[in-house]
Design a protein around this ligand. Structure first.
Ligand SMILES: N[C@@H](CCC(=O)N[C@@H](CS)C(=O)NCC(=O)O)C(=O)O
Length: 197
């Protein structure tokens, strides 16, 4: 299988991390958004949204949306529960990540790290801090009572949230305000098959 992505993107890195934890062999195809790769006709044929990450199976079928890819690849493993409620709990955190976390933390990081915090985006960057801290507080509350987001074991919910949380400082978020999040990050990094960005 092929994975089209940019390892510096948290959404793409989630897939790389999952493949590493599960030992899934794949070919990584680097996509350069800034150079316009996602707008090219060949890429748009594979995914109408024109976004990475993109999973391309050996038979040519393609899947986009990072969390859908994670759950597809993790199906049948210990990282994705089969119990109906436990599975919905994983999805609960993944929907939270896409609506209440990534739009703040990933965008603040993009403005600071990639654009160099230009004057015209400073107000947006500041506004993103509020939503980002709100999301981190929700995670902190959960992680002060359980080791992982859905309980005692690592699931794709953790991988989804780990993607941008562990680099949140690059978007101006001081993670020292969140000791349980820091402990969770350290715990994930202890995994013998862990790979960084
Ligand atoms: N909800 C999507 C978001 C994907 C996304 O926004 N990808 C960005 C990189 S992090 C992208 O491909 N941007 C290129 C573009 O919009 O042209 C997911 O989780 O996969």
């Amino acid at each position: 299988m092929k994975i089209h992505g940019d390892i510096q993107s948290g959404n793409c890195y989630k897939i790389k991390l999952l493949c590493s934890l599960l030992g899934i062999e794949h070919q990584w195809i680097h996509v350069d958004i800034m150079a316009g790769d996602t707008a090219k006709a060949d890429f748009l044929k594979k995914t109408p949204s024109g976004k990475i990450p993109l999973l391309e199976l050996a038979d040519g079928r393609c899947l986009s949306e990072s969390n859908a890819i994670l759950n597809y690849l993790a199906a049948g493993t210990e990282l994705l529960p089969t119990d109906k409620f436990e599975l919905a709990k994983v999805q609960q955190w993944q929907f939270f990540e896409q609506y209440s976390h990534e739009p703040y933390i990933a965008v603040a990081r993009f403005i600071a790290k990639y654009l160099g915090l230009p004057d015209e985006r400073k107000a947006e960057y500041t506004a993103k801090q509020v939503g980002g801290h709100k999301a981190l507080a929700v995670m902190e509350k959960q992680l002060s009572t359980t080791a992982y987001l859905t309980g005692d074991s690592l699931t794709t919910a953790d991988i989804s949230l780990y993607g941008y949380t562990h680099v949140a400082h690059e978007g101006g978020f001081d993670l020292h305000l969140y000791p349980s999040i820091l402990a969770w990050i350290a715990n994930i990094q202890k995994n013998k098959n862990y790979t960084g960005m």
